[in-house]
Write a protein that binds this ligand. Structure first.
Ligand code: 6PG
Length: 259
């Protein structure tokens, strides 16, 4: 599916609306999954939280993608989680489970949620790091495991995952998963860190809606004053990062939302 407008920069694709964005993202992920499984025998993905990817998840759970994605070879992780029970409506796992995971033929043992509801959140983060390493391993000499794909959203303050502007986790360079504190409830969270996110072969930011226009413009077109925004740091730190956005979110991008 062609983007609404020609590629604005190396990494920004603008689509007419949220539905077109969801369809295009599903098409791109299916293609990447098939290619990656053919090349490496499996496809290891970290899903985004929030509501933006819901349309994408529903698209992937429907035909043709329910049949065309090699789900038996897919492993799912989460880029961040709220410190709530997995069946809580605020749970990132819960949102993806209802929209996607429970509706596709994926092996339950390949679904790796963050146990952020545990009292000792740091222990839960350390255990998640061990699961990541046990599934992904590390290439010889590599310091950080590499996901095949990481999906991320964008907050209106340009946070991504649960890395918030000015938060200590943003500067973490050794740990891969750490506790985090959000400015809005649920306050306690767990999040993948910049080194792990930026090691991914591909990072797709999925951004829709007018409420994200300012944050998107700062993350993509911002000047030095925006250089420490979490989404900017991840986007610029990962050569394989792309922004899939709808016109409403692209409203303030340099050059406008496309043709
Ligand atoms: C979370 C997400 C977070 C989210 C953005 C956008 O746990 O909330 O990981 O980074 O992607 O806040 O959220 P919406 O898609 O709901 O606008």
């Amino acid at each position: 599916m062609a983007p609404y407008s020609s590629r604005r920069r190396a990494n920004v694709l603008v689509y007419a609306d949220e539905d077109a964005l969801g369809r295009a993202a599903a098409e791109r992920i299916e293609r990447l999954a098939v290619e990656t499984v053919a090349e490496r025998g499996r496809f290891v993905v970290a899903l985004s939280g929030g509501t933006s990817p819901r349309r994408l998840y529903e698209e992937l759970a429907d035909e043709p993608y329910r049949s065309s994605v090699p789900w038996a070879r897919v492993h799912l992780f989460w880029s961040d989680e709220r410190a709530v029970a997995p069946d809580d409506e605020a749970s990132n796992f819960g949102v993806a489970d209802r929209a996607l995971v429970s509706r596709v033929p994926i092996c339950a043992s390949h679904v790796h949620r963050i146990e952020a509801e545990r009292e000792d959140l740091d222990a839960a983060c350390l255990d998640y790091e061990r699961v990541i390493e046990s599934v992904l391993g590390r290439a010889p000499g590599a310091v950080v495991p590499r996901f095949d794909l990481v999906l991320l959203g964008l907050g209106s303050d340009a946070h991504t995952a649960s890395l918030f502007p000015g938060a200590p986790g943003l500067e973490e360079r050794k740990r891969w998963v750490v506790p985090s504190r959000a400015p809005v409830p649920p306050f306690r969270r767990a999040t993948m860190t910049v080194p792990l996110l930026c090691a991914a072969r591909e990072v797709l930011f999925i951004v829709s809606g007018d409420s994200k226009a300012s944050a998107l413009a700062r993350a993509v077109d911002g000047g030095d004053e925006d250089a420490r925004l979490p989404a900017r740091i991840v986007s610029e730190g990962c050569p394989g990062a792309s922004w899939l956005v709808d016109r409403a979110a692209a409203r303030l991008l340099r050059g406008g939302p496309g043709a």
